[in-house]
Ligand binder design. Structure first.
Ligand code: UT7
Length: 345
């Protein structure tokens, strides 16, 4: 009698949770407050112009020796405490940032180590101001797909390291900070479908400066040939794109979640410009009773950190209730965007 060994034709696949939810939130705001008055001389501007065009009154700046990982750690510790989890229960750490000053290694690996979350999977994502909402989407799919039980998602930026204080179009906009959430299993749906996408045709509208292409014609002959790669943008082009294209994305996130604008407990859009926020409110026909995040006035544009920072503030100040429905949307360099409805942690 001969025996044949049949090859195994199937493999085991992970079983995830039925649903996912935001189980904890934390934030870190650097101590130093930078006023418009401090910036205006270098860019021939005024407090009145900056407030009128952007709604920004102040922004925070990290200390010179304070890193992206330091800020991420502070926000993450709060988020873990709020979620009631130990760091060793985290299966993956996602850091959304464009200002960690190393191509490699990732900020996430050092963050996981410092928190005691090793050997969690740890990686950074580069989607600028849409980074946090991308991270929430990935974490949601990981929890449901079974690749991690609890996922830490951090949006963190030290934009002051990449801001040219002589550039009129960006010097007054950017700020520093960190926000973090934990995404955990849930018995009920608590994170809606993510509407996301990109438009690389407009790749050039917000980007790190090229040392040769962006050299100013008036630079001194003995200036160094390589400019610091600050992040600059074509403000008007980005503004138009945000105003015309982002409200339909936010509306689609509502529709796909089966949620009406009047049922929202909070609208938390990317904090880039108060005029963009106001135009989105109009386009969405958002009822007046829905509270809207306006953290940009105090924090400026903190890119990947802006949505979780604004969320944490609304919850802490009682402007939005824990457990209420919130519409989130991030948009920026790429150009890229992501929106989803979530139940607030
Ligand atoms: O986070 C990623 C997404 N980013 C955004 O969503 C940012 C989108 N863009 C914006 O928020 C706005 O475009 C800015 C706030 C950056 C600028 O506002 P704007 O209304 O688009 O200004 P503008 O560039 O059209 O300039 C208007 C005027 C010009 O003068 P003239 O030609 O009208 O005489 C500029 O030269 O304001 C002048 N200007 C300034 N004046 C004082 C430009 N920058 C400044 C300045 N201070 N810093």
């Amino acid at each position: 009698m001969t025996t044949t060994t049949e090859p195994q034709r199937t493999i085991l696949t992970p079983q995830g949770a039925a649903y996912a939810r935001l189980s904890g939130i934390g934030a870190y705001r650097p101590a130093r407050v930078v006023t418009n008055h401090e910036l205006v001389d270098a860019i021939e501007s005024s407090d009145e112009w900056i407030q009128g065009r952007s709604g920004i009154v102040t922004r925070r700046r990290a200390a010179p020796d304070e890193s992206v990982v330091d800020m991420a750690e502070a926000a993450s510790r709060q988020a873990l405490e709020h979620a009631g989890l130990r760091a060793d229960q985290i299966g993956a750490v996602i850091v959304a940032t464009v200002t960690h000053p190393f191509q490699t290694p990732a900020a996430a690996a050092l963050l996981a180590y410092r928190l005691g979350a090793t050997p969690a999977a740890a990686f950074d994502i580069s989607v600028a101001c849409a980074g946090f909402c991308h991270g929430v989407s990935l974490a949601h799919d990981m929890v449901r797909g079974g690749s991690a039980e609890h996922v830490l998602v951090v949006g963190v930026e030290k934009l002051s390291d990449f801001t040219d204080l002589d550039d009129r179009g960006s010097a007054f906009i950017f700020g520093d900070g960190a926000g973090a959430v934990v995404v955990s299993p849930s018995d009920v749906p608590a994170i809606g479908p993510t509407v996301w996408g990109s438009d690389g045709e407009q790749w050039d509208t917000i980007r790190q400066r090229d040392s040769w292409l962006d050299m100013r014609p008036d630079r001194p002959a003995d200036a160094p040939e390589v400019l610091w790669p600050a992040i600059v943008m074509k403000g008007q082009a980005v503004f138009r794109w945000a105003v015309w294209k982002m409200a339909p994305v936010a509306q689609e996130a509502l529709d796909r979640a089966g949620v009406k604008a009047e049922d929202l407990s909070a609208f938390i859009p990317h904090q880039a410009n108060m005029r963009i926020i106001d135009s989105m409110i109009k386009a969405l026909k958002l009822p007046a009773h829905v509270p809207v995040a306006r953290d940009v006035a105090d924090m400026g544009n903190t890119s990947a950190a802006s949505v979780p920072l604004a969320m944490e503030r609304m919850l802490r100040e009682g402007a939005a209730p824990h457990g209420g429905l919130a519409l989130l949307i991030g948009f920026g360099a790429g150009l890229s965007y992501a929106a989803q409805v979530v139940t607030l942690p």
